[in-house]
Design a binder for this molecule. Structure first.
Ligand code: PSU
Ligand code: MN
Length: 304
């Protein structure tokens, strides 16, 4: 184990005994939702994972230490500090550790730290992807590169249409990442169950997910797997409402000249404001739904 990593005792014991563990990210807490809903959601997600038979490991960087498994107090700290915490991608890990700083882990860094700790399955809301206009800006999330090189299964609700979903799928294909629809043949678009794009495979049970991941592990394939689990029908947003908010948020983002790592947090916050909090409620529900599937898959996987 590397000397920068701290695995919380409960998580370490579960890993050592081959018990199911599910990793969770911290950028969704600090940058993805407002306080106090972010803390409430993060704690509920941990509870849902436990109710489904697995041990939750929320991942973050605290005082330069890579943490796999946070206490409720640490989750509260991340939620309160919010966007004042450094959003930590792959490029930031070494600097933050060397300087002893805090970092909120994105999908990328949560995958990296989960893999260091020996955790195979990770639940979140949405992943980063290829941004609209990336053919000019080259704004492509590091999440896609990580999925191409780190063997962790990521359970999400698809990607938001703040992104170019078609290009995101092309990129994942190039990187060799299987995109799996859970109970669907269509890629879900986070707030909505539809996107107009197909997935590579449809699966209908945690057993099938666990078997696919086991095959990947047994073969020593280096990349991850992306499971896209549609938001439950009753929490989905009307397409016209969400599209109007996204179009406006993207226009404002451009007008303000926002770029780099600030783009995604700006768009997420603006879409939430423009939909009067409705999108936040949907966001929370889909994360719970993903936590459940990830925990159930981890339970099956631990017995294979
Ligand atoms: N998309 C969401 N919610 C999120 C994020 C993305 O719907 O919270 C966060 C995740 O942490 C993701 C990161 O890994 O944003 C991607 O940021 P960027 O686009 O800058 O790579
Ligand atoms: Mn980017």
């Amino acid at each position: 184990m590397n000397k920068y990593l701290d695995i919380n005792p409960e998580v370490a014991a579960a890993i050592a005994e081959g018990k199911p563990v599910v990793a969770l990210e911290s950028t969704i807490i600090s940058h993805g939702m407002p306080y106090p809903q972010n803390v409430e959601t993060a704690l509920n997600v941990e509870r849902i994972i436990r109710e489904n038979g697995a041990v939750p490991a929320t991942i973050a960087i605290i005082g330069g230490r890579l943490k796999a498994g946070l206490t409720a107090e640490e989750i509260e700290y991340f939620g309160k500090k919010g966007t004042a915490i450094h959003k930590a991608s792959r490029r930031d890990l070494a600097m933050l550790c060397a300087r002893g700083e805090d970092g909120a882990t994105t999908v990328t860094t949560t995958m990296i730290i989960a893999h260091m700790a020996g955790i195979k399955i990770f639940a979140t809301g949405g992943i980063g992807g290829v941004h609209r206009g990336a053919e000019v800006t080259m704004d492509i999330s590091a999440d896609l590169e990580e999925l191409g090189q780190t063997p962790v299964m990521v359970v999400c609700a698809g990607a938001k249409s703040i992104l170019d979903l078609g290009l995101t799928l092309e990129y994942l294909e190039t990187k060799g990442v299987p995109v799996i629809g859970y109970g669907t043949e269509e890629l879900p678009a986070f707030y909505t169950r539809q996107s107009g794009f197909g997935v590579d495979y449809r699966v209908d049970s945690p057993e099938e997910l666990a078997a696919a991941f086991k095959a990947s592990q047994d073969m020593g394939l280096k990349g991850g797997m992306l499971v896209t689990n549609p938001i439950p029908e009753k929490y989905a947003m009307p397409l016209d409402v969400i599209n109007a908010a996204i179009d406006q948020a993207i226009a404002e983002c451009k007008a303000k000249g926002i770029h780099g790592k600030e783009t995604t947090p700006f768009l997420l916050a603006r879409v939430s404001e423009l939909t009067g909090g409705d999108s936040l409620a949907s966001n929370i529900r889909l994360v719970y739904n993903n936590a459940r599937i990830a925990a159930q898959t981890a339970v099956v996987y631990s017995k294979l």
